[in-house]
Design a binder for this molecule. Structure first.
Ligand SMILES: NC(=O)c1ccc[n+]([C@@H]2O[C@H](COP(=O)([O-])OP(=O)(O)OC[C@H]3O[C@@H](n4cnc5c(N)ncnc54)[C@H](O)[C@@H]3O)[C@@H](O)[C@H]2O)c1
Length: 709
């Protein structure tokens, strides 16, 4: 009964182990072949009268079953095809669920999507305490829903709020949490797990599965209360997605619809709902983003021949806003980090910053008190370079001033080992120029984290002219180890993300000067899907900082980066944005309360020129300049691929993920039409600032940013 993917072992006492071991792969994934084989094994097993029980295990380290093959889902282009494919897989798992003997899933690794749906089709589940255990249904993050029976089975296993929470958020839980939630029936040590799981299964055969439905949750099954649960969940979904993502809303409709239905009918409706979502462009865009991030995991940013150095200890210069966040990132991954600042006040700030993040995890029970203390213990501080001799990397996060940075780097070099890498967190200064201050420039690179470090997933790894490939690879691997998504970026003004974001913020300021209200500018971009309107973003970054960066880019790029005079004019009046509580918005306790209309009188140059532009034209005026600049950045090799631009913009600025990133959006708008619209804006007064550049024209001539469309 053995197949390529599945092996059956006799475990005595009429018990069998079915081990999933996909050939030539580190993971087990439900490919078409694996599913077909599972079905044929199920068929054979169903005929056996001698079997008492079957334990489903995995031969892979850290992975149980990672889910269904994502390419299969990506290729589904009609509802009919999607329905056929989903129903076929779902029925295979459903047939497995009907095996006439005990079935137990033994989970000691990632058990996600289709993998968890198979586990749900088993009569019982056990999980190990291995760190690698991650159980969840992440389908919603790909714009779809669990369609192999998961949407139907999970709400029958655990209380409705628990099921909704898991399916709507796509969150993954470890074995202990899964046990507490009632998803698994036992929680066993990692060592010899498969043996333990089989022994447990034999011992507990006559016991029914755990029942975590309390009186309260039974009560919740009553119609009026269930309605309340659904309406609360819908409110929450609308709050977090602003209705831009169809999958969570469809999940809510489906779960309400199938409650109490016969299993077969519920499964039919589940497959139908899946197929409707699977063909949406939003799902395709979300799958592409997922594949881009998976791609990052498989590279070191350079090439396989280049070896990265493992970072086991780190040093940090400047324990301010960014320094504290970066110290947290190291400690969070158990890398000891030594902070150095000019005074103890600075060090205290760094501790506070890191402590706040760990404190939050403690409050949310993601860390225990001893774990919290252990993490904080990873961070130490000093006013000199003691302890720097043994570190593998030093991240510099001192003030944004080239002379200071050069001085600090030259000094640091004297206290670190020969191979130690020196990385700057600068957001705008040249890495190549910093290299001129040291004797080992090959060890210097940029490591640009975004603020706040704990929440922003992107890191730009910047290669200066003399940065070695090993340095780039080490910084790339380090970023991944810190849980971030890195992209390799060529040195240059604004690197990638700020270079593209600035034209957007700048254009918002021009529109404001041309008579469009702050509220309207922000609202159209929120409706577009940005996490924050550009005027609020200027406040957030600091009106003075935005003005300074705009000036730097203007000097570097000339007329095409003409800076709006509005921010300088406003800064002169003493408004700096959120940090001093005075900006385009009014603030109370650091939170914006309303647009501050009194600001209009400060901008003497304000006209009414663009006040009547349509919402769509406003969106184009603000987003097309980013596309224009991205075309140029790609042509200059700032990053190598459109995918990296999209990763950068989604993870560095929150650019609407459902649009697939800036350049997927550009392709959906059609580059030719983007160029034509820019030409019109240019002629209507935007001049060189809004004129389509040669690189964009070239792409427009060829078709699209992404090939193979
Ligand atoms: N704040 C942001 O949003 C952000 C985002 C990305 C990158 N950055 C970059 O990060 C760097 C730090 O910015 P920040 O906002 O954290 O600044 P900050 O002013 O909060 O912190 C700077 C810290 O450096 C210390 N310092 C100054 N000179 C030093 C020296 N010679 N040795 C040791 N410490 C010294 C200061 O005492 C202060 O604690 C800058 O290069 C900035 O451009 C900032």
């Amino acid at each position: 009964m053995n197949t390529k993917n599945f092996k059956l072992f006799d475990r005595g006492d009429s018990w069998y182990e079915l081990c999933f071991d996909q050939p030539d792969s580190k993971a087990n994934v439900f490919t078409e072949e694996a599913l077909r084989e599972l079905d044929s094994v199920t068929e054979e097993l169903s005929k056996r009268k001698d079997i008492i029980g079957l334990v489903v295990t995995s031969a892979k380290k850290d992975i149980y079953i990672a889910g269904a093959d994502i390419n299969l889902i990506k290729d589904l282009d009609t509802i009919d095809k999607a329905l056929t494919a989903c129903s076929a897989g779902q029925q295979m798992i459903h047939r497995f669920s009907k095996l006439p003997f005990e079935t137990v899933a033994a989970i000691s690794g990632a058990c996600l999507g289709g993998g968890f749906e198979l586990a749900l089709a088993c009569k019982k589940r056990v999980a190990s305490d291995a760190r690698a255990v991650k159980i969840g249904l992440p389908e919603v993050m790909l714009g779809i829903l669990p369609g192999f029976g998961g949407s139907t089975r999970l709400p029958r296993l655990v209380p409705l709020p628990t099921a909704l929470d898991l399916i709507l958020s796509g969150k993954q839980v470890d074995g202990k949490r899964a046990f507490k939630m009632g998803i698994v029936d036992a929680f066993l040590p990692e060592q010899d797990f498969n043996e333990r799981a089989i022994a447990w299964a034999k011992q507990n055969i006559n016991r029914s599965g755990r029942n975590v439905h309390t009186f309260m949750t039974r009560l919740m099954e009553m119609v009026p209360l269930r309605g309340v649960v659904f309406s609360q969940a819908r409110k929450q979904v609308m709050k977090t997605t602003k209705g831009k993502y169809p999958a969570p809303l469809k999940i809510l409709d489906l779960l309400a619809e199938i409650h109490g239905l016969q299993m077969d009918e519920a499964l039919k409706r589940e497959a139908k709902a899946f197929s409707q979502l699977a063909v949406t462009p939003i799902s395709k865009r979300l799958i592409e983003i997922f594949q881009l991030t998976e791609g990052v995991k498989k590279t070191n940013g350079v090439s396989d021949e280049v070896k990265a150095t493992k970072v086991e200890r780190a040093g940090l210069l400047g324990a301010g806003v960014m320094g504290g966040g970066i110290a947290w990132a190291f400690a969070n991954k158990d890398i000891p980090v030594r902070m150095k600042d000019l005074n103890w006040d600075g060090i205290r700030l760094g501790y506070e910053q890191a402590g706040e993040n760990f404190g939050f995890a403690l409050k949310k029970r993601k860390l225990t008190k001893p774990q919290f203390l252990g993490k904080m213990g990873m961070i130490s501080g000093s006013l000199d370079y003691s302890g720097f001799r043994n570190v593998d990397v030093v991240v510099e996060a001192v003030v944004e001033n080239m002379d200071v940075k050069k001085k600090v780097m030259a000094e640091t070099e004297k206290y670190i080992s020969e191979n130690c890498i020196l990385a700057s967190n600068t957001s705008s200064l040249s890495i190549t120029e910093m290299q001129s201050a040291v004797s080992r420039p090959q060890n210097v690179g940029g490591l640009h984290f975004f603020n706040p470090v704990s929440r922003m997933p992107l890191v730009e790894v910047i290669a200066g002219e003399k940065t070695s490939k090993e340095t780039v690879a080490t910084l790339f691997e380090l970023s991944k180890k810190l849980g971030k998504t890195p992209i390799v970026v060529k040195d240059g003004p604004g690197f990638l993300v700020n270079r593209l974001l600035l034209p957007y913020m700048n254009e918002a300021l021009f529109l404001y000067e041309e008579g469009v209200s702050i509220e309207r500018i922000d609202q159209v971009m929120l409706d577009f899907g940005m996490p924050m309107g550009p005027m609020r973003l200027v406040d957030e970054v600091g009106i003075d900082v935005a003005a300074k960066v705009a000036k730097i880019l203007n000097q570097a790029f000339g007329a095409r980066a003409e800076a709006s005079p509005v921010s300088e004019e406003i800064v002169k009046s003493g408004r700096l944005g959120k940090k001093n509580g005075k900006g385009f918005y009014k603030y109370e306790n650091g939170k914006p309360t309303a647009v501050d209309e009194s600001i209009d009188a400060l901008v003497k140059s304000r006209t009414t020129k663009s006040a009547r532009l349509s919402d769509l034209d406003l969106v184009k005026r603000m987003t097309y300049p980013m596309i224009n600049e991205a075309a140029l950045a790609l042509a200059e090799g700032v990053v190598a691929t459109p995918g990296e631009v999209d990763l950068g913009m989604i993870f560095g600025t929150g650019f609407a993920p459902f649009r697939g990133g800036l350049l997927r959006y550009a392709d959906s708008e059609v580059p030719q039409q983007v160029a034509e619209a820019l030409e019109k804006f240019s002629q209507a007064g935007g001049g060189e600032r809004l004129a389509p550049n040669q690189a964009l024209r070239e792409i427009a001539r060829k078709g699209f940013f992404y090939s193979g469309r």
